[in-house]
Write a protein that binds this ligand. Structure first.
Ligand code: NAI
Ligand code: MG
Length: 359
Protein backbone atom coordinates (compact mmCIF):
# COMPACT_ATOMS: atom_id res chain seq x y z
CA UNK A 1 0.00 0.00 0.00
CA UNK A 2 1.29 3.45 -0.89
CA UNK A 3 0.18 6.92 0.28
CA UNK A 4 0.95 10.51 -0.76
CA UNK A 5 2.07 12.73 2.08
CA UNK A 6 2.57 16.49 1.75
CA UNK A 7 5.46 17.47 3.99
CA UNK A 8 5.83 21.02 5.28
CA UNK A 9 9.20 21.33 7.03
CA UNK A 10 8.62 25.03 7.76
CA UNK A 11 10.96 27.23 9.78
CA UNK A 12 13.33 27.06 12.73
CA UNK A 13 13.63 23.51 14.06
CA UNK A 14 10.87 22.38 11.63
CA UNK A 15 13.12 20.79 8.96
CA UNK A 16 15.21 18.96 11.61
CA UNK A 17 12.27 17.42 13.46
CA UNK A 18 10.30 16.52 10.33
CA UNK A 19 13.33 14.66 8.95
CA UNK A 20 13.40 12.48 12.07
CA UNK A 21 9.66 11.81 11.83
CA UNK A 22 10.09 10.68 8.19
CA UNK A 23 12.92 8.40 9.30
CA UNK A 24 10.62 6.75 11.86
CA UNK A 25 7.70 6.52 9.40
CA UNK A 26 9.92 4.82 6.83
CA UNK A 27 11.12 2.31 9.41
CA UNK A 28 7.49 1.57 10.34
CA UNK A 29 6.60 1.25 6.64
CA UNK A 30 9.31 -1.32 6.12
CA UNK A 31 8.07 -3.39 9.03
CA UNK A 32 4.32 -3.08 8.37
CA UNK A 33 4.37 -3.11 4.56
CA UNK A 34 3.37 0.38 3.45
CA UNK A 35 5.15 3.11 1.53
CA UNK A 36 4.85 6.86 1.95
CA UNK A 37 5.60 9.15 -1.01
CA UNK A 38 6.55 12.62 0.18
CA UNK A 39 6.02 15.88 -1.65
CA UNK A 40 7.68 18.84 -0.01
CA UNK A 41 5.59 21.99 0.37
CA UNK A 42 6.96 25.38 1.35
CA UNK A 43 5.14 27.38 3.99
CA UNK A 44 5.91 30.21 6.38
CA UNK A 45 9.25 31.99 6.21
CA UNK A 46 10.60 29.23 3.94
CA UNK A 47 7.90 30.16 1.40
CA UNK A 48 8.36 33.94 1.82
CA UNK A 49 12.04 33.51 0.97
CA UNK A 50 11.22 31.81 -2.32
CA UNK A 51 7.77 33.07 -3.37
CA UNK A 52 7.30 36.28 -1.37
CA UNK A 53 4.16 34.93 0.37
CA UNK A 54 3.76 32.53 3.34
CA UNK A 55 1.60 30.04 1.41
CA UNK A 56 0.96 29.80 -2.34
CA UNK A 57 -2.19 28.45 -4.02
CA UNK A 58 -0.06 25.70 -5.57
CA UNK A 59 1.07 24.66 -2.09
CA UNK A 60 -2.57 24.43 -0.95
CA UNK A 61 -3.42 22.40 -4.05
CA UNK A 62 -0.57 19.96 -3.32
CA UNK A 63 -1.77 19.58 0.27
CA UNK A 64 -5.36 19.00 -0.87
CA UNK A 65 -4.28 16.35 -3.36
CA UNK A 66 -2.41 14.35 -0.72
CA UNK A 67 -3.67 11.73 1.76
CA UNK A 68 -2.40 13.74 4.74
CA UNK A 69 -0.07 16.61 5.64
CA UNK A 70 2.87 16.32 8.02
CA UNK A 71 4.17 19.64 9.29
CA UNK A 72 7.11 20.87 11.36
CA UNK A 73 6.56 24.39 12.60
CA UNK A 74 6.15 27.87 11.24
CA UNK A 75 7.56 31.18 12.36
CA UNK A 76 10.85 33.03 12.60
CA UNK A 77 12.72 34.74 15.37
CA UNK A 78 10.91 38.05 15.86
CA UNK A 79 14.12 39.91 16.72
CA UNK A 80 16.33 38.82 13.85
CA UNK A 81 13.96 37.55 11.17
CA UNK A 82 13.96 39.53 7.91
CA UNK A 83 10.19 38.85 7.75
CA UNK A 84 9.52 40.67 11.01
CA UNK A 85 9.30 44.07 9.37
CA UNK A 86 6.92 42.89 6.68
CA UNK A 87 3.18 43.54 6.69
CA UNK A 88 1.17 41.30 9.07
CA UNK A 89 -0.38 39.30 6.23
CA UNK A 90 3.14 38.42 5.12
CA UNK A 91 4.10 37.08 8.53
CA UNK A 92 5.05 33.38 8.34
CA UNK A 93 2.23 32.37 10.73
CA UNK A 94 -0.41 33.74 8.32
CA UNK A 95 0.22 30.59 6.25
CA UNK A 96 -0.91 28.43 9.15
CA UNK A 97 -4.31 30.10 9.57
CA UNK A 98 -4.82 30.04 5.80
CA UNK A 99 -4.14 26.33 5.41
CA UNK A 100 -6.44 25.41 8.33
CA UNK A 101 -9.23 27.41 6.75
CA UNK A 102 -8.63 26.26 3.17
CA UNK A 103 -8.59 22.60 4.19
CA UNK A 104 -11.62 22.98 6.50
CA UNK A 105 -9.77 21.46 9.46
CA UNK A 106 -12.52 21.82 12.06
CA UNK A 107 -11.45 19.15 14.54
CA UNK A 108 -8.31 19.80 16.53
CA UNK A 109 -6.97 16.95 18.64
CA UNK A 110 -4.35 17.48 21.29
CA UNK A 111 -3.39 14.60 23.53
CA UNK A 112 -2.05 15.40 27.00
CA UNK A 113 -0.20 12.34 28.21
CA UNK A 114 2.06 11.93 31.21
CA UNK A 115 5.01 9.63 30.59
CA UNK A 116 5.94 7.45 33.53
CA UNK A 117 9.63 8.26 32.89
CA UNK A 118 9.01 12.02 32.81
CA UNK A 119 6.92 12.29 35.97
CA UNK A 120 9.59 14.51 37.53
CA UNK A 121 8.81 17.25 35.00
CA UNK A 122 5.11 17.28 35.94
CA UNK A 123 4.27 20.28 38.14
CA UNK A 124 1.48 18.39 39.94
CA UNK A 125 1.91 16.58 43.28
CA UNK A 126 2.63 12.82 43.26
CA UNK A 127 -0.65 12.01 45.01
CA UNK A 128 -2.54 13.84 42.25
CA UNK A 129 -0.76 12.22 39.31
CA UNK A 130 -0.90 8.72 40.78
CA UNK A 131 -0.36 6.25 37.91
CA UNK A 132 -0.37 9.13 35.41
CA UNK A 133 -2.98 10.58 33.08
CA UNK A 134 -3.85 10.25 29.41
CA UNK A 135 -6.44 12.51 27.84
CA UNK A 136 -7.38 13.76 24.39
CA UNK A 137 -8.63 17.30 24.03
CA UNK A 138 -10.96 17.68 21.05
CA UNK A 139 -11.35 21.33 20.14
CA UNK A 140 -13.70 22.75 17.51
CA UNK A 141 -11.35 24.80 15.31
CA UNK A 142 -13.30 26.72 12.65
CA UNK A 143 -16.34 28.19 14.45
CA UNK A 144 -17.40 30.02 17.58
CA UNK A 145 -16.05 33.27 18.95
CA UNK A 146 -12.89 33.35 16.83
CA UNK A 147 -14.88 33.25 13.59
CA UNK A 148 -17.97 35.30 14.61
CA UNK A 149 -18.76 38.85 13.54
CA UNK A 150 -16.91 41.50 15.48
CA UNK A 151 -16.80 45.27 15.55
CA UNK A 152 -15.78 48.22 17.68
CA UNK A 153 -17.84 51.42 17.85
CA UNK A 154 -17.63 54.66 19.76
CA UNK A 155 -20.55 56.65 21.09
CA UNK A 156 -20.27 59.82 23.20
CA UNK A 157 -16.56 59.16 23.69
CA UNK A 158 -17.16 55.64 25.01
CA UNK A 159 -15.70 52.78 22.99
CA UNK A 160 -17.58 49.54 22.75
CA UNK A 161 -16.46 46.21 21.26
CA UNK A 162 -18.62 43.25 20.31
CA UNK A 163 -17.62 39.67 19.45
CA UNK A 164 -20.21 37.07 18.57
CA UNK A 165 -20.13 33.43 19.53
CA UNK A 166 -22.32 31.39 17.23
CA UNK A 167 -22.63 27.73 16.33
CA UNK A 168 -25.18 25.91 14.25
CA UNK A 169 -26.13 22.37 15.11
CA UNK A 170 -24.31 20.88 12.12
CA UNK A 171 -21.01 22.37 13.26
CA UNK A 172 -21.57 20.90 16.72
CA UNK A 173 -22.69 17.52 15.43
CA UNK A 174 -19.67 16.91 13.21
CA UNK A 175 -17.15 17.59 16.00
CA UNK A 176 -19.23 15.57 18.50
CA UNK A 177 -19.28 12.58 16.13
CA UNK A 178 -15.49 12.81 15.83
CA UNK A 179 -15.18 12.99 19.62
CA UNK A 180 -17.31 9.88 20.21
CA UNK A 181 -15.53 7.98 17.42
CA UNK A 182 -12.21 8.72 19.07
CA UNK A 183 -13.50 7.80 22.54
CA UNK A 184 -14.37 4.40 21.07
CA UNK A 185 -10.72 3.90 20.17
CA UNK A 186 -9.75 4.88 23.73
CA UNK A 187 -11.40 4.43 27.14
CA UNK A 188 -15.01 5.06 26.05
CA UNK A 189 -15.64 8.26 27.96
CA UNK A 190 -16.50 11.78 26.70
CA UNK A 191 -16.53 14.86 28.91
CA UNK A 192 -18.35 17.61 27.02
CA UNK A 193 -17.31 21.01 28.31
CA UNK A 194 -19.57 24.08 28.01
CA UNK A 195 -21.07 26.98 29.94
CA UNK A 196 -24.67 25.87 29.64
CA UNK A 197 -25.72 27.66 32.83
CA UNK A 198 -25.18 30.98 30.99
CA UNK A 199 -24.77 30.69 27.22
CA UNK A 200 -27.37 29.77 24.60
CA UNK A 201 -24.65 28.41 22.32
CA UNK A 202 -23.63 26.06 25.15
CA UNK A 203 -27.21 24.87 25.69
CA UNK A 204 -27.42 24.03 21.98
CA UNK A 205 -24.00 22.35 22.24
CA UNK A 206 -25.20 20.21 25.13
CA UNK A 207 -28.43 19.15 23.45
CA UNK A 208 -26.70 18.20 20.16
CA UNK A 209 -23.98 16.27 22.02
CA UNK A 210 -26.68 14.35 23.94
CA UNK A 211 -28.36 13.54 20.68
CA UNK A 212 -25.14 12.23 19.13
CA UNK A 213 -24.44 10.18 22.29
CA UNK A 214 -27.55 8.05 21.59
CA UNK A 215 -25.64 6.44 18.71
CA UNK A 216 -22.81 5.49 21.09
CA UNK A 217 -24.36 3.46 23.93
CA UNK A 218 -20.90 2.03 24.69
CA UNK A 219 -19.47 5.51 25.42
CA UNK A 220 -20.16 7.28 28.72
CA UNK A 221 -21.04 10.96 28.36
CA UNK A 222 -20.70 13.54 31.11
CA UNK A 223 -21.13 17.32 30.97
CA UNK A 224 -18.86 19.72 32.78
CA UNK A 225 -18.90 23.51 33.06
CA UNK A 226 -15.74 25.10 31.69
CA UNK A 227 -14.69 26.82 34.92
CA UNK A 228 -14.98 23.54 36.78
CA UNK A 229 -13.00 21.79 34.03
CA UNK A 230 -10.13 24.28 34.37
CA UNK A 231 -10.03 23.37 38.06
CA UNK A 232 -10.40 19.60 37.56
CA UNK A 233 -7.44 19.53 35.13
CA UNK A 234 -5.08 20.37 37.99
CA UNK A 235 -7.10 18.71 40.77
CA UNK A 236 -7.64 15.29 39.19
CA UNK A 237 -6.51 14.97 35.53
CA UNK A 238 -6.82 11.15 35.69
CA UNK A 239 -10.62 11.42 35.42
CA UNK A 240 -10.48 12.55 31.75
CA UNK A 241 -10.45 10.47 28.58
CA UNK A 242 -11.83 12.65 25.74
CA UNK A 243 -12.62 16.31 26.46
CA UNK A 244 -14.96 17.66 23.79
CA UNK A 245 -15.37 21.42 23.58
CA UNK A 246 -15.84 24.54 21.46
CA UNK A 247 -13.10 26.71 19.99
CA UNK A 248 -12.18 29.21 22.71
CA UNK A 249 -12.71 26.87 25.67
CA UNK A 250 -10.56 24.30 23.84
CA UNK A 251 -7.83 26.84 23.12
CA UNK A 252 -7.45 27.65 26.80
CA UNK A 253 -7.97 24.16 28.24
CA UNK A 254 -5.57 22.48 25.79
CA UNK A 255 -2.78 24.88 26.75
CA UNK A 256 -3.49 24.22 30.42
CA UNK A 257 -3.51 20.45 29.86
CA UNK A 258 -0.22 20.51 27.95
CA UNK A 259 1.48 22.48 30.71
CA UNK A 260 0.49 19.98 33.38
CA UNK A 261 2.37 17.25 31.49
CA UNK A 262 5.53 19.37 31.89
CA UNK A 263 7.05 18.50 28.50
CA UNK A 264 6.04 20.58 25.48
CA UNK A 265 8.65 18.86 23.27
CA UNK A 266 6.63 15.63 23.61
CA UNK A 267 3.11 16.76 22.63
CA UNK A 268 1.57 16.02 19.26
CA UNK A 269 -1.53 17.37 17.53
CA UNK A 270 -3.85 16.68 14.63
CA UNK A 271 -6.34 18.86 12.77
CA UNK A 272 -8.94 16.94 10.78
CA UNK A 273 -11.70 17.70 8.29
CA UNK A 274 -14.85 15.70 7.50
CA UNK A 275 -13.04 13.02 5.59
CA UNK A 276 -10.02 11.10 6.83
CA UNK A 277 -7.75 13.93 5.74
CA UNK A 278 -5.71 15.76 8.38
CA UNK A 279 -2.76 17.99 9.13
CA UNK A 280 -0.35 16.71 11.78
CA UNK A 281 2.10 18.89 13.66
CA UNK A 282 3.77 19.17 17.06
CA UNK A 283 2.03 21.41 19.63
CA UNK A 284 5.13 23.55 20.03
CA UNK A 285 6.47 26.30 17.75
CA UNK A 286 9.59 26.71 15.63
CA UNK A 287 11.96 27.28 18.60
CA UNK A 288 14.32 29.63 16.72
CA UNK A 289 16.54 29.79 19.83
CA UNK A 290 17.72 26.20 19.30
CA UNK A 291 17.34 25.82 15.51
CA UNK A 292 20.15 24.16 13.56
CA UNK A 293 21.97 22.94 16.69
CA UNK A 294 20.77 19.32 16.88
CA UNK A 295 19.11 20.19 20.21
CA UNK A 296 15.39 19.94 19.35
CA UNK A 297 13.32 17.09 20.70
CA UNK A 298 11.76 15.36 17.64
CA UNK A 299 9.32 13.26 19.71
CA UNK A 300 6.28 15.60 19.41
CA UNK A 301 6.61 15.42 15.61
CA UNK A 302 7.22 11.65 15.63
CA UNK A 303 4.06 11.17 17.73
CA UNK A 304 2.16 13.47 15.35
CA UNK A 305 3.30 11.17 12.53
CA UNK A 306 1.90 8.23 14.52
CA UNK A 307 -1.43 10.07 14.77
CA UNK A 308 -1.33 10.51 10.99
CA UNK A 309 -1.01 6.74 10.53
CA UNK A 310 -3.87 6.15 12.96
CA UNK A 311 -6.40 8.77 11.85
CA UNK A 312 -5.75 9.37 8.14
CA UNK A 313 -4.28 6.07 6.91
CA UNK A 314 -5.89 3.49 9.24
CA UNK A 315 -2.49 2.00 10.04
CA UNK A 316 -3.24 1.52 13.75
CA UNK A 317 -0.73 -1.24 14.27
CA UNK A 318 2.16 0.85 12.95
CA UNK A 319 0.95 3.84 14.99
CA UNK A 320 0.94 1.70 18.15
CA UNK A 321 4.45 0.51 17.30
CA UNK A 322 5.79 4.06 17.01
CA UNK A 323 4.22 5.05 20.33
CA UNK A 324 5.69 1.95 21.96
CA UNK A 325 9.13 2.74 20.47
CA UNK A 326 9.03 6.24 21.99
CA UNK A 327 8.19 4.78 25.40
CA UNK A 328 10.98 2.22 25.05
CA UNK A 329 13.59 4.87 24.24
CA UNK A 330 12.57 6.81 27.34
CA UNK A 331 12.68 3.63 29.41
CA UNK A 332 16.18 2.97 28.06
CA UNK A 333 17.21 6.32 29.52
CA UNK A 334 17.77 8.47 26.41
CA UNK A 335 16.79 12.14 26.64
CA UNK A 336 17.11 15.31 24.58
CA UNK A 337 18.13 18.40 26.56
CA UNK A 338 14.57 19.66 27.22
CA UNK A 339 13.63 16.48 29.13
CA UNK A 340 17.07 15.61 30.53
CA UNK A 341 17.33 14.35 34.09
CA UNK A 342 20.08 12.88 36.25
CA UNK A 343 21.43 9.45 35.33
CA UNK A 344 20.07 9.61 31.76
CA UNK A 345 21.99 9.65 28.47
CA UNK A 346 21.79 12.95 26.63
CA UNK A 347 21.26 12.69 22.86
CA UNK A 348 20.66 15.13 20.00
CA UNK A 349 17.78 15.38 17.51
CA UNK A 350 19.27 12.96 14.97
CA UNK A 351 20.27 10.30 17.48
CA UNK A 352 16.86 10.42 19.12
CA UNK A 353 15.30 9.79 15.69
CA UNK A 354 17.71 6.91 15.05
CA UNK A 355 16.96 5.28 18.41
CA UNK A 356 13.19 5.42 17.88
CA UNK A 357 13.45 4.18 14.29
CA UNK A 358 15.60 1.25 15.44
CA UNK A 359 13.04 0.22 18.02
P1 NAI B 1 8.17 27.63 20.89
O1 NAI B 1 7.27 26.50 21.19
O2 NAI B 1 8.78 27.67 19.55
O3 NAI B 1 9.35 27.67 21.98
C1 NAI B 1 9.11 27.83 23.36
C2 NAI B 1 10.30 27.24 24.15
O4 NAI B 1 10.24 25.82 24.09
C3 NAI B 1 11.65 27.63 23.58
O5 NAI B 1 12.55 27.79 24.64
C4 NAI B 1 12.06 26.45 22.74
O6 NAI B 1 13.46 26.28 22.63
C5 NAI B 1 11.41 25.29 23.50
N1 NAI B 1 11.02 24.22 22.59
C6 NAI B 1 9.97 24.21 21.73
N2 NAI B 1 9.93 23.08 21.03
C7 NAI B 1 10.97 22.34 21.44
C8 NAI B 1 11.48 21.04 21.09
N3 NAI B 1 10.89 20.27 20.15
N4 NAI B 1 12.58 20.59 21.72
C9 NAI B 1 13.19 21.33 22.66
N5 NAI B 1 12.78 22.54 23.05
C10 NAI B 1 11.67 23.04 22.44
O7 NAI B 1 7.32 28.96 21.15
P2 NAI B 1 7.71 30.50 20.90
O8 NAI B 1 9.14 30.72 21.23
O9 NAI B 1 6.67 31.27 21.58
O10 NAI B 1 7.49 30.75 19.34
C11 NAI B 1 8.52 30.69 18.37
C12 NAI B 1 7.89 30.79 16.99
O11 NAI B 1 7.03 29.67 16.76
C13 NAI B 1 7.01 32.04 16.81
O12 NAI B 1 7.26 32.55 15.52
C14 NAI B 1 5.60 31.50 16.91
O13 NAI B 1 4.66 32.27 16.21
C15 NAI B 1 5.76 30.15 16.28
N6 NAI B 1 4.74 29.15 16.67
C16 NAI B 1 4.33 28.30 15.67
C17 NAI B 1 3.43 27.30 15.94
C18 NAI B 1 3.08 26.37 14.83
O14 NAI B 1 3.80 26.24 13.86
N7 NAI B 1 1.96 25.67 14.93
C19 NAI B 1 2.84 27.13 17.27
C20 NAI B 1 3.39 28.03 18.28
C21 NAI B 1 4.30 29.01 17.96
MG1 MG C 1 -3.61 28.75 22.34
Amino acid sequence: MSYNIAVIPGDGIGPEIVREAQKVLDAAGKKYGFELKYTEVLMGGASIDVHGVPLTDEAIATAKASDAVLMGSIGGDAKTSPWYKLAPNLRPEAGLLKIRKELNLFANLRPAYLYEELKEACPLRDDIIGDGFDMMIMRELTGGLYFGERHTTEENGVRKAVDTLSYDENEIRRIAVRGFDIARKRRHKVTSVDKANVLDSSRLWRSVVEDVAKDYPDVTLEHMLVDNCAMQLVRDPKQFDVILTENMFGDILSDEASMVTGSIGMLSSASLNETKFGLYEPSHGSAPDIAGKDLANPIATILSAAMMLRFSLDLDEAADAIEAAVKQVLKDGYRTGDIMSEGCTKVGTVQMGDLIAER
